[in-house]
Ligand binder design. Structure first.
Ligand code: CDP
Ligand code: CDP
Length: 222
C-alpha cells in the first residue's frame, strides 16, 4: 500500500534533504525523485552548449530536447541526460553557482513541474526540492521542511568537499549558501517557502538517523 504514498521534502541547500529522502525511499520501497538534480542537469547542458542562462526561451528549447532520468543501483542514484551519465558533472561548482538563475525562469519551472508530477502519477514517491509541498505535490501525504543554520550547512559542505579531496574556504561557503538561499527564497516563481501544512524540522543539532527516525514516526501517524 506504500505505492500511493507521496512524501514531499523541501528546504534550503545542505539541510539534509537528499540524504534523508534517499534513506526513507529505500526503507519504504518508494521512488526517490531529486528535483534539484533536474535543474542542475539543465544548467549543466546549458553551460556545455553555451546557451545563455538568462535567455528563458533558449532554455525552454534546450529542456524540450533534454531527457533527464534517474537510475538507482547499489552504489546510489545515478542521473542520466539523453543517455549520458552526468551524476558527477552536475555537482560541479560551475553548476552549483548558476543553477539558481536557470531555476528562476517561470517557463522552465512549468515544464519541470509537469515532468515531476508525471513521475509521481502512478508511483509512491519521496520527492525533494524547494517547491514540492507548495507547487509540485500540494496534496502530498506528508510534507517536511528541513532547516539548519548557515554555519552548520557550510560545515556539512566543507566536510563533503574534504572527503572528495577539494579544499573549500568556510567564509566563501557561508557566503555562497546564503546567496543561494536568498535567490531561491525571493524569486517570483514558486520561491522556497514552507507549505502551511508542512512540518518543520531543525536539523542543526541532529544526526541523519535522528532526522530519518523522526520522519518515520510521522509516517506511522498518517
Ligand atoms: O543539493 P543542494 O541543496 O545544493 O541543491 P539542489 O537540491 O541540488 O538544488 C539546486 C538548485 O536548484 C537550488 O538552489 C534551486 O535554485 C533549484 N531548485 C529549485 O528551484 N526547485 C526545486 N524543486 C529544486 C531545486
Ligand atoms: O540535499 P541537501 O542539499 O538538502 O543536503 P544533503 O546533500 O542531503 O546533505 C548535505 C551534507 O550534510 C551531507 O554530507 C550529509 O551527510 C550531511 N548531513 C549531516 O551531517 N547531518 C544531517 N542531519 C543531515 C545531513
Amino acid at each position: 500500500e506504500n505505492k500511493s504514498l507521496t512524501i514531499a521534502i523541501d528546504g534550503p541547500a545542505s539541510s539534509g534533504k537528499s540524504t534523508v529522502a534517499k534513506k526513507i525511499a529505500a526503507e519504504l520501497d518508494l521512488i526517490y525523485v531529486d528535483t534539484g538534480a533536474m535543474y542542475r542537469a539543465l544548467t549543466y547542458q546549458a553551460l556545455e552548449k553555451n546557451v545563455n542562462i538568462k535567455d528563458q526561451n533558449a532554455l525552454v528549447q534546450l529542456l524540450k530536447k533534454t531527457d533527464i532520468t534517474f537510475e538507482p543501483n547499489e552504489k546510489g542514484q545515478f542521473v542520466f541526460s539523453n543517455g549520458v551519465d552526468i551524476t558527477h558533472d552536475i555537482r560541479d561548482n560551475n553548476v552549483t553557482n548558476t543553477v539558481s538563475v536557470v531555476a528562476a525562469h517561470p517557463e522552465v519551472r512549468k515544464l519541470m513541474v509537469k515532468r515531476q508530477q508525471d513521475m509521481a502519477l502512478n508511483n509512491g514517491v519521496v520527492m525533494d526540492g524547494r517547491d514540492i509541498g507548495t507547487v509540485v505535490l500540494p496534496d502530498a501525504d506528508l510534507k517536511i521542511f528541513l532547516v539548519a543554520s548557515v554555519k552548520e550547512r557550510a560545515e556539512r559542505r566543507h566536510k563533503e568537499n574534504k572527503e572528495k579531496g577539494i579544499f573549500s574556504d568556510m567564509d566563501q561557503l557561508k557566503k555562497d549558501i546564503a546567496e543561494r538561499d536568498y535567490k531561491d527564497s525571493t524569486r517570483d516563481s514558486s520561491p522556497l517557502k514552507q507549505a502551511e501544512d508542512a512540518i518543520r524540522i531543525d536539523t542543526t543539532k541532529m544526526t541523519i538517523d535522528e532526522v530519518v527516525n523522526e520522519i518515520k514516526q510521522l509516517i506511522q501517524k498518517i
